[in-house]
Design a protein around this ligand. Structure first.
Ligand SMILES: O=C(O)CCC(=O)C(=O)O
Ligand SMILES: [Fe+2]
Length: 306
């Protein structure tokens, strides 16, 4: 789901001076949320665009969207002014926050040639996963803002409807995925995502539509799961790939993914990354959102107005 910006909105946003944001612990401050909302709703067609965005994320079968902000990025650069506008759009969906004490809201995901290739800023295939899978309260939304795609042409984003993939599995397989035997990664120094969850069930059965499919294909490698549990997780990984969509994020594209609906990943970057200066390599900025009362009430308002 790609959402183009109306040109009169684009023009108004280029001239809109949003103030620096403030944080309240790890969350975007309520005063900033309100100020941004007041400024943004005064621009032409903003509310309609924000409603389209929320609808793409919450409609049946939906769960991700790409806001095309390339013209704004071109006009404003990708520094603070642009990031404030994008933060304003994010705040129309849910409350922006930073689980990493070291990073103020937006976190860089660059390219490191010597890192584990399958991980966040690695150069390889980043298999289907949800972010912060081993937290008791993972972020409701993950968002990725593309500053620069891979200049060599790799790094397609991949997405798959997690509940649709689960629905294609056998009942026996689903029963194994509902057992609390899975685990992944380490957990320390994280804000506002609850506690470490270990071991966890992939399917928690509480709400088949809205619950997390707590999965990362990365947990399949080298974990001491029983063969039956490992095979079930492997089948889910295969179904996710079978149902995947993929696309290349362009400069200024802003991808938002509802983690309760879709899992995400990345195709490998093209080989030859070490020949590209670090400053010219692919660069994404990551921001997480928590569906709090603001996002929730905004969504209820949408429904009433439609
Ligand atoms: O590089 C990408 O496109 C995705 C990165 C990612 O999923 C992550 O850092 O968790
Ligand atoms: Fe991720």
């Amino acid at each position: 789901m790609f959402i183009e910006m109306p040109s009169d909105l684009e023009a108004a946003l280029i001239d809109l001076p949003l103030p620096t944001w403030e944080l309240d612990h790890s969350f975007l401050a309520k005063s900033t949320m309100e100020r941004y909302r007041t400024e943004l709703t005064a621009t032409p067609r903003f509310e309609e665009t924000a409603a389209t965005l929320r609808h793409a994320l919450t409609r049946e079968g939906g769960g991700y969207a790409v806001l095309r902000l390339g013209n704004l990025a071109k006009a404003l650069g990708t520094g603070d002014r642009f990031r404030r506008l994008v933060t304003g759009f994010a705040a129309e969906v849910a409350v922006p926050f930073s689980p990493f004490p070291r990073w103020p809201l937006w976190k860089d995901i660059g390219v490191k040639v010597d890192k584990d290739p399958g991980k966040s800023s690695g150069i390889g295939y980043n298999a289907f996963h949800m972010d912060l899978v081993n937290a008791s309260m993972p972020p409701d939304y993950i968002t990725l803002l593309c500053v620069r795609p891979d200049p060599l042409g790799g790094g397609f984003s991949i997405l798959s409807d997690a509940h649709a993939a689960v629905a294609r599995l056998s009942e026996d397989c689903r029963a194994l995925l509902a057992e609390s035997v899975y685990h992944y990664g380490t957990f320390f120094d994280l804000f506002s995502v609850g506690e470490e969850y270990k071991p966890f069930p992939i399917l928690d059965g509480s709400d088949p539509e809205e619950g997390f499919v707590r999965f990362t294909a990365k947990m399949l490698a080298g974990s001491e799961l029983s063969q039956a549990h490992a095979e079930s997780a492997g089948e889910l990984a295969e179904e996710l790939v079978r149902g995947q969509v993929s696309f290349m994020l362009q400069p200024g594209d802003y991808l938002i993914v509802a983690q309760r609906r879709f899992l995400h990943g990345r195709e490998a970057l093209r080989s030859g990354q070490e020949t590209i200066p670090a400053a010219d390599r692919r660069l994404l900025l990551q921001l997480f959102l928590r569906a709090g009362s603001t996002g929730g009430s905004a969504r209820v308002a949408d429904r009433c107005h439609r």
